[in-house]
Design a protein around this ligand. Structure first.
Ligand code: AHG
Ligand code: MN
Ligand code: MN
Length: 322
C-alpha cells in the first residue's frame, strides 16, 4: 500500500508557529478553537434538512434582512467556542449590532475576532454551499482592559489572520496568517481537518466572472460596458468569458480562488455602497486573495487600505485574479 502522508490543521498551525521564534502559541490556540466551532457548525449544516432548524426565526438582523435559524446557531456557536479561550479581548459578528464583550475572567487575550457566522444563508434551504468567514486582529487597546470598538475598527492590512469555512460537497477550511493560503478538508469519519490545498496561488488569468446580473439596470454605465466586454467574442483574449454566480459570496470566492476569475459586488444606484460588509466579508477575502497572488479593490482603492468607519459598513468589491 502506498504510504499516505497527511497533515492535520492542528499540526500545521504548530509547524507554522515554529517558524516565528517569538510566537506565544496564542494565535494557534485561537485558530484551533475556531476549527472546533467550524466542525460543530458543519455538523449542524449537514443535518439541517433533517431537524426542525430550517425556516426563518422571524427576526431581522441589524441590516434588516431576514435571519434564518442556522445563522443564529452559527453565531451562538462561535461565541460559545471563542469567548473563554483566553485568546481574545473582544469580538464582533455580522449578526450583532454592537461589539461582543468577553467575560472578564477570560478577557486577557491580545486578539480581536470578527466573523460572518453564516454567509449565503439565503441558500440554506436549497442545499447550496454556505460558509463562515473570520478575521483576526491584534488589539490596540491596553492589555488587561476590556476590548473596545477601536480594536474592531482596524484597516484590513492589519489583519493577523483571516479565513473561511465552506460547507459544500465537503467542508473545507482555508486560512492565511500572512504566510500563504492553506486549505484543509474535513474528514467526516474522524473529524479532523486535513491539509488538502497547500500554499494556494490563484491563477493570474481565468475566464470566470461572478456578479448578480439581475442588478444590471442599476449599474454604473462603465460596469455595464465591462460586463458586455466580457461577453463579446474575441479569440485573442479568450472571450466570451463564462458566468458563475452561486449567491454565497464565500463559495463563489472559493471557486474563483481555485479556478481563477473575478467576483464582483459593485455599488449600484439602489445600493451606493454595494452589499457586502467590509469587516466580515471584504477584508478577510481581500487578505486571502492578496496572499494567493490576486487583488481586491472597491473600484477605486485597495480593500485592505479602507479606513473603517463603523462595524457593519458596506463597500463595493471586485476581487480575484490579477
Ligand atoms: P449573508 O448570508 O451573510 O447575509 O450574505 C449574503 C451575501 C453574500 O453571501 C452573497 O454573495 C450576496 O449576499 C448575494 O446577494 P444577492 O442576492 O444580492 O446577489
Ligand atoms: Mn455574508
Ligand atoms: Mn451572514
Amino acid at each position: 500500500m502506498a504510504k499516505i502522508k497527511f497533515l492535520t490543521l492542528a499540526r500545521h498551525i504548530i509547524e507554522e508557529e515554529k517558524k516565528h521564534p517569538h510566537a506565544t502559541g496564542e494565535l494557534s490556540g485561537l485558530l484551533h478553537d475556531l476549527s472546533l466551532a467550524a466542525k460543530v457548525i458543519s455538523l449542524e449544516v449537514n443535518k439541517a434538512g433533517l431537524v426542525d432548524i430550517l425556516g426563518f426565526t422571524g427576526d431581522s438582523n441589524v441590516h434588516g434582512e431576514r435571519v434564518k435559524k442556522l445563522d443564529i446557531f452559527a453565531h451562538d456557536m462561535l461565541i460559545w467556542a471563542m469567548d473563554h479561550g483566553g485568546h481574545l479581548c473582544v469580538m464582533a459578528s455580522e449578526e450583532e449590532e454592537d461589539i461582543i464583550h468577553i467575560p472578564p475572567k477570560y478577557n486577557i487575550g491580545k486578539y480581536v475576532l470578527l466573523f460572518d457566522p453564516l454567509d449565503g444563508s439565503s441558500n440554506i434551504d436549497a442545499n447550496v454551499s454556505i460558509g463562515t468567514i473570520f478575521s483576526i486582529y491584534r488589539r490596540v487597546s491596553p492589555a488587561g482592559e476590556p476590548g473596545t470598538l477601536e480594536d474592531c475598527l482596524q484597516q484590513g492590512f492589519k489583519q493577523v489572520a483571516a479565513g473561511y469555512v465552506v460547507y459544500g460537497s465537503s467542508t473545507i477550511l482555508v486560512y492565511t496568517a500572512g504566510n500563504g493560503v492553506h486549505g484543509f478538508t474535513l474528514d467526516p469519519a474522524f473529524g479532523e481537518f486535513i491539509l488538502s490545498h497547500k500554499n494556494i496561488q490563484t491563477p493570474k488569468k481565468s475566464k470566470i466572472y461572478s456578479i448578480n446580473e439581475g442588478n444590471y439596470l442599476y449599474w454604473h454605465p462603465g460596469l455595464k460596458k465591462y460586463i458586455k466586454y466580457l461577453q463579446e467574442e474575441d479569440e485573442q483574449t479568450g472571450r466570451p468569458y463564462t458566468g458563475r454566480y452561486i449567491g454565497s459570496m464565500i463559495a463563489d470566492f472559493h471557486r474563483n480562488l481555485l479556478y481563477g476569475g473575478i467576483f464582483m459586488y459593485p455599488a449600484d444606484s439602489r445600493n451606493p455602497n454595494g452589499k457586502l460588509r467590509l469587516m466580515y466579508e471584504c477584508n478577510p477575502v481581500a487578505f486571502i486573495i492578496e496572499q494567493a497572488g490576486g487583488k481586491a479593490i472597491d473600484g477605486k482603492q485597495r480593500i485592505l487600505d479602507i479606513k473603517p468607519e463603523n462595524l457593519h459598513q458596506r463597500v463595493p468589491i471586485f476581487v480575484g485574479s490579477e
